[in-house]
Design a protein around this ligand. Structure first.
Ligand SMILES: NC(=O)c1ccc[n+]([C@@H]2O[C@H](COP(=O)([O-])OP(=O)(O)OC[C@H]3O[C@@H](n4cnc5c(N)ncnc54)[C@H](OP(=O)(O)O)[C@@H]3O)[C@@H](O)[C@H]2O)c1
Length: 246
């Protein structure tokens, strides 16, 4: 894999990739996506066919440096999430940085209508499910830890606080589009790690922010760019004053 920006050079192996994405302790929320050139996040209902080896290495590196991996219930279900896994080397590097061997999986669901037989329930450490009071009633007796943040809608600001209180400060959110847009609405996104796959998907696919409007355009700045397997693997950070009013 080649780094193109901010400096040019080779990025050799998982350890070097983790170094690139490592964050200092403190609250930080990055959102991780792969899209086609025209912004589609799925080709056949799932994202897998957009990806390739380089993107998967970055995806693993992002998990390896994070305290928590957050997904919406839709993504957990459509992408058939299972327990998070890392290589022995990545877990060892986490230990040496003072992190637990695996990040914690956090699933966001307002309704709590999640499949009790989903593979991710057997995550270790147990998954954290962020939901509403209504959702918590639906999740009664579920494995994992259920945290109520809001009555009918999940209060994402509160959810981030609840995670931080559990030492889950460096967060990688792996989508989906609905959750991403809601996090943007709340001003909670610090960084977007976006892989652009050299594919045109055309109409009829779900796009990066789904179909609901975003509000004012939001400006990011390029913080890093890698190339691997013909994919552009970008890292955009959010400046403080990011709203661009028309
Ligand atoms: N290309 C990529 O990198 C990538 C990444 C992720 C997903 N995807 C694709 O995106 C598609 C899924 O999209 P999606 O938008 O439905 O995914 P999503 O955002 O993960 O799922 C939507 C569901 O998640 C829960 N949720 C999301 N935001 C919430 C919020 N603010 N508060 C409370 N609950 C919230 C809700 O669950 P309840 O209904 O249970 O309340 C909602 O119905 C799949 O095709 C998947 O393959 C692609």
């Amino acid at each position: 894999m080649r780094q193109l920006y901010p400096v040019a050079g080779e990025v050799d192996g998982p350890e070097a990739l983790e170094e690139l994405y490592l964050l200092p302790p403190g609250k930080h929320l990055r959102v991780v996506f792969i899209t086609s050139i025209d912004g589609a996040v799925e080709l056949d209902g799932r994202s897998g066919s957009l990806g390739g080896p380089a993107d998967r290495q970055v995806f693993q590196a992002l998990r390896a440096v994070s305290d928590a991996v957050v997904v919406g219930a839709g993504t957990a279900s459509k992408e058939n999430y299972g327990p998070l896994r890392l290589s022995a080397g990545a877990s060892e590097r986490r230990r040496s940085r003072g992190q637990p061997p695996l990040p914690r999986l956090v699933v966001v669901s307002a309704r709590g209508a999640v499949d009790r037989s989903a593979r991710w329930w057997s995550s270790e450490p147990p998954p954290l499910v962020v939901t509403t009071s209504t959702g918590a009633a639906a999740l009664d007796g579920a494995a994992g830890e259920v945290v109520v943040c809001g009555e009918h809608q999940v209060d994402l600001v509160e959810a981030v606080e609840q995670m931080a209180a559990r030492e889950l400060q460096r967060v990688a959110c792996e989508g989906g589009p609905h959750l991403f847009r809601d996090l943007l609405d709340e001003g909670l996104v610090d960084e977007l790690c976006l892989t652009i796959s050299p594919v045109l998907a055309g109409a009829g696919h779900l796009h990066l922010l789904g179909s609901k409007p975003l509000g004012p355009a939001q400006r990011f700045s390029l913080a890093g760019l890698l190339e691997g397997d013909g994919m552009l693997i970008a890292r955009f950070s959010v400046p403080r004053n990011r709203c661009v009013r028309p």
